[in-house]
Design a protein around this ligand. Structure first.
Ligand SMILES: Nc1ncnc2c1ncn2[C@@H]1O[C@H](COP(=O)(O)OP(=O)(O)OP(=O)(O)O)[C@@H](O)[C@H]1O
Ligand SMILES: [Mg+2]
Length: 334
């Protein structure tokens, strides 16, 4: 059976993709699912650190360089039941810029890896490789911190992703492909078209290509995770994100999780202690565990009113945490 692929991306770098990918993989494994964490940040591979593994195993870089190497044989066991790790490449220079041929060799193999869930950590930014890896599945996770600049980067990522996915879906229709490429390359002063305008333009020139392009957009439904939040009110940004997604990209998204900023995590990373298995009952650990449960239950289905449901959950967590803090403060006061 083919695995469920979960690519994890972000518009902005440094927002917690690798931390989240590693811990989500550990949480899925703890639920009893055969899980594989894959480091696809080929220019800055560091996922091993969050799983507590040394950087000394051959990985995707070696697979791409060598002939006859089997990708599945490079999977490394971890200290956790049901969890394996596929290293990226920390040693070969310029690995972030893999060629089209290398990508064609890699992508079908990733789709056949032996696991129930394959969680993939991508590099930051909008390089074609990152966009194409995000396109491994019509549903991927986008992670952002709840701040305006990071959210703008996330929307820009999604727009580049959709343009690229539409362009790729045109196959050998070079007329349509060139039109899309030209739209992507517009000079700054001349606003690039919205996704709707692009679809309209394609349909006008070539109705069949227009239908294919519209299908790509309809199929795509990102799952959003906020990281490093301070307060449940951060989630109020969801309304604005929804409106921008609809207006600019004709997309709908599901809100899949909210993770608070957690100083314990910094300490765990410094000690190279994997977070989730050691702190499953902290506010951050529980948030990650719940995202894993949501994935198992709802990965293929849209969640109506996901932002409101998540807000309700986060507010409960926040109140419970404050109550137990107050209680601890009272019992420890002499
Ligand atoms: N919820 C959180 N609370 C506290 N620290 C966090 C949280 N999430 C991530 N961090 C810390 O932020 C830093 C960046 O995280 P991480 O490396 O996962 O980001 P990234 O998006 O993968 O970065 P890059 O784009 O460079 O690959 C790490 O030191 C990590 O420990
Ligand atoms: Mg990273």
């Amino acid at each position: 059976m083919k695995p469920i692929l979960i690519p994890v991306a972000s518009g902005k770098g440094g927002v917690g993709k690798s931390f989240f990918t590693a811990n989500l993989a550990m949480a899925l494994a703890a639920l009893g699912h055969r899980t594989l964490a894959v480091d696809l940040d080929l220019g800055g591979a560091n996922l091993h650190e969050f799983i507590g593994l040394p950087n000394r195993f051959p990985g995707i870089g070696d697979f791409l360089k060598a002939k006859g190497e089997k990708l599945s044989e490079l999977c490394v066991p971890t200290a956790f039941d049901n969890l394996e790790f596929l290293p990226g490449d920390g040693t070969t220079p310029f690995m972030a810029n893999i060629s089209y041929t290398q990508k064609r060799k890699l992508i079908p193999r990733l789709r056949r890896l032996p696991a129930d869930y394959v969680v993939l950590d991508l590099g930051g930014g909008t390089s074609f490789n990152t966009l194409d890896f995000f396109n491994l599945s019509p549903i991927g996770i986008l992670i952002t911190v709840p701040e305006h600049p990071a959210i703008m980067n996330m929307l820009a990522f999604l727009k580049s992703f959709l343009f690229r996915a539409i362009e790729r879906s045109m196959g050998r229709n070079h007329g349509a492909r060139n039109m899309i490429k030209a739209a992507m390359k517009r000079p700054m002063a001349d606003q690039p078209p919205s996704v709707d305008q692009l679809l309209e333009r394609i349909s006008r020139e070539d109705p069949e290509a227009g239908r294919t392009a519209a299908d790509v957009c309809r199929r795509y439904r990102p799952r959003l995770v906020f990281n490093e939040g301070d307060h449940p009110d951060d989630l109020k940004l969801a309304g604005r994100i929804d409106r921008s997604l609809k207006r600019r990209l004709s997309l709908e998204a599901d809100y899949f999780g909210f993770i608070f900023f957690d100083p314990t995590l910094r300490k765990a990373v410094r000690r190279q202690t994997p977070f989730y298995p050691h702190y499953p009952d902290t506010r951050t650990g529980r948030a990650i565990g719940r995202i894993a449960e949501r994935i198992v239950k709802y990965w293929q289905k849209p969640i109506p009113d996901s932002a409101a449901l998540l807000m309700d959950r986060i507010q409960k967590d926040f109140r419970a945490e404050n109550k137990s803090r107050k209680k601890r403060a009272i019992t420890t006061t002499p």
